[in-house]
Ligand binder design. Structure first.
Ligand code: NAI
Length: 282
């Protein structure tokens, strides 16, 4: 997109953390921002921020769980009625579900995949037809994780696969939209460590997924590669600014922490090595 000014952006999980950072960065560039979230306190926090920063008149708060398909369509209807046609869709809501994958229950899988992957799919199914119909310059942002391209870490065996899927779906979406000359750009945000409220994830687990599981304790957040000092923990607003830059330049990948490149290289080296097999069946 050449500019986000005057466009309507719909940001899921926008009441806190990275979603709020993206919303603030978009608002600073003149966008109208509809924020949806499951947490009332996070929606109230976003309203306070919008008032303090002077974009309350371009702001709408909506209570929405991204797994609620009819609710999603209604929320988009309301956002479009109040703020104008959907031009920027930010599928950011996610749960930082952590625990040992060999002990994961059906409930852990259903909740983690349901929010982190199907929640994104719900946004695409509800949002893309609107963008295609109005034909205005548009952009889809999906939030994944840098952890999905790095070497495997303990406790991330449900979370990282959901995020790897979001990266793959964005790559595939991009080539479809390019092929169809749809005037819709695509970016996938892959953050490293960002100071957010993600450690509160387990408070959000719906009743039907509350079974006996080691994931319920919130687990350890898994060992990170060694701290690289300054800039290790990023401010969500910085991630927001990187995301706006990607929207304006139609960059596919937003990778916030270049310091983790050795972990990514190690994984790719193992894949490449396996592509020169030392054993071939006769
Ligand atoms: P956060 O917890 O501060 O913000 C996430 C927001 O999403 C919360 O306000 C929460 O209430 C909302 N949410 C959760 N489930 C929802 C649902 N079903 N429907 C609607 N809203 C829902 O956490 P953070 O870190 O800002 O997370 C944003 C995204 O960034 C997530 O997709 C997360 O997986 C991803 N991420 C975060 C990293 C970090 O270091 N914080 C690193 C890599 C990725």
């Amino acid at each position: 997109m050449k500019s986000v000014s005057g466009t309507m952006a719909f940001v899921t999980g926008g009441g806190s953390g990275i979603g709020l950072g993206i919303a603030r960065a978009l608002a600073a560039e003149g966008a109208k921002v509809a924020i949806c979230d499951v947490r009332d306190d996070h929606l109230a926090q976003a309203a306070d921020v919008a008032a303090r920063e002077g974009w309350a008149d371009r702001f709408l708060a909506l209570k929405l769980d991204v797994t609620d398909r009819p609710g999603y369509a209604k929320a988009l209807d309301e956002a479009e009625a109040k703020l104008g046609p959907l031009q920027i869709l930010v599928n950011n809501a996610g749960v930082g579900i952590v625990g040992p994958v060999d002990e994961a229950t059906h409930a852990d899988w259903d909740w983690g995949v349901g929010v982190n992957l199907i929640g994104v799919a719900n946004g695409l199914v509800a949002g893309l037809p609107r963008m295609k119909a109005h034909g205005l310059e548009s952009h889809v942002v999906n939030t994944a994780s840098e952890g999905a391209i790095m070497s495997a870490r303990l406790t991330r065996g449900v979370y990282a696969p959901t995020k790897a899927a979001v990266i793959s779906l964005t790559e595939h979406l991009r080539i479809e939209l390019e092929e169809k000359k749809a005037n819709i750009g695509t970016s996938v945000v892959c953050p490293g460590p960002v100071t957010t409220n993600i450690a509160e994830t387990e408070q959000l687990r719906p009743a039907e997924f509350q079974v006996d599981s080691p994931f319920r304790g919130g687990g350890s957040h898994g060992a990170l590669p060694p701290s690289t000092g300054k800039g290790f923990w990023l401010d969500p607003l910085d991630v927001g600014r990187m995301t706006v830059h990607a929207i304006l330049n139609d960059k596919l990948y937003v990778i916030t922490h270049p310091a983790f490149i050795e972990s990514v290289k190690a994984r790719h080296a193992a894949i490449e090595a396996a592509m020169a097999p030392d054993y071939l069946p006769r």
